[in-house]
Design a protein around this ligand. Structure first.
Ligand code: ZN
Length: 335
């Protein structure tokens, strides 16, 4: 049966007047919706300011510094086990993944908290571990129902919460550096006092994507600080160089390497310790297979081409300096 629908505004002078008001409003809302769909929204709506920390250095300067032991005591804590979809962690359409028959399915991963103790600048964290609230049966109040369901946070097996680690420390950390602002890297921040500053890479908070529409509220609630989010002030890449790099404390002990792709502000950290250099690549590479085969992440990555370029640069650095101990986003690389 064919039904003929009348215009909701047809046949009545008062309704026609309403239409003159409502139709332009509806058209404006549709245009606004189309704009959001095309450009997405920012990863965070928290206030952001340029960090007053770090000075630009060349890749050559970083590589020269690697020849000597450094002053930072380094600790990696495995705070949780988790299982996520392999197709998010590895680009299964990559020719190498297809050649080796890597298929979709559950992949066991770990969540890490990195502790950096500098002799004069205090204790700093890279990424944030997992907050106590994620141990509860119920969904963490900071996490929206949609994000909780998609992320599968109920599959988390937390070994040590960030609150438990903090209880063993004489004072809170001086600051937290994030490799990027995805949920599994900010989910320890509810346990870190809100007065402790959080640092992100250039463009991380203001990077736009459609998916941010669903995650931004959760990310904002997890990060929530007293002050503005501190954005590392990476300079434009210098002529003849391929990366923008900051000497974070100005003493060659810690370098931040802008590594865009997984997210716009993704940042790797090179830590010089008494036992040699440690390279924290963040989720520019989640898995041991991805690192060994030079294959960037899958659906969890925003820009595959940029991610692959960043990954290739970090692999080149590690290959040229075999003393570097590489720490991947979510799996251990047995040495
Ligand atoms: Zn991650």
């Amino acid at each position: 049966m064919i039904r003929i629908h009348r215009s909701p505004f047809a046949g009545c002078p008062r309704d026609a007047a309403a239409a003159r008001v409502l139709v332009p409003v509806a058209l404006w809302l549709a245009a606004l919706g189309a704009t959001v769909l095309q450009t997405g929204c920012t990863a965070s709506s928290l206030p952001t300011e340029r960090a007053d920390l770090g000075r630009p250095v060349s890749a050559a300067a970083l590589e020269r510094a690697l020849e000597q032991p450094g002053p930072i005591a380094f600790e990696r804590i495995v705070v949780a086990d988790w299982v996520v979809d392999r197709g998010g962690l590895i680009n299964l359409d990559h020719p190498e993944a297809e050649r080796q028959g890597i298929e979709a399915g559950p992949e066991p991963i770990e969540i890490y908290l990195y502790v950096l103790r500098h002799p004069t600048r205090g204790t700093w964290l890279v990424d944030s571990g997992v907050a106590e609230v994620f141990r509860a049966e119920e969904r963490a109040p900071q996490v929206s129902a949609l994000v909780g369901a998609v992320m599968g946070t109920d599959a988390l097996d937390v070994h040590v919460s960030t609150a438990e680690w903090l209880e063993t420390q004489p004072r809170p950390p001086a600051g937290v550096f994030l490799t990027h602002s995805h949920m599994d890297h900010v989910m320890g921040l509810p346990d870190v006092p809100a007065s402790v500053p959080v640092f992100v890479g250039l463009g991380e908070a203001r990077g736009r994507s459609f998916l941010n529409l669903f995650t931004r509220g959760t990310i904002d609630r997890l990060i929530a600080r007293d002050g503005a989010l501190q954005e590392l002030d990476f300079p434009p890449v210098a002529d003849g160089d391929e990366r923008s790099i900051l000497d974070v404390f100005g003493d060659g002990s810690l370098f931040a390497i802008h590594s865009p792709g997984h997210t716009p502000g993704s940042t790797a950290f090179l830590v010089r310790t008494p036992h040699g250099p440690k390279l924290l690549v963040g989720d520019t590479c989640h898995t041991a297979w991805g690192w060994r085969n030079g294959v960037e992440p899958g659906s969890f990555t925003a820009d595959h081409e940029a991610n692959a370029t960043s990954l290739a640069w970090l692999r080149r650095l590690a290959a040229d300096h075999p003393a570097i101990d590489v720490h991947l986003g979510h799996q251990r690389l047995s040495r």
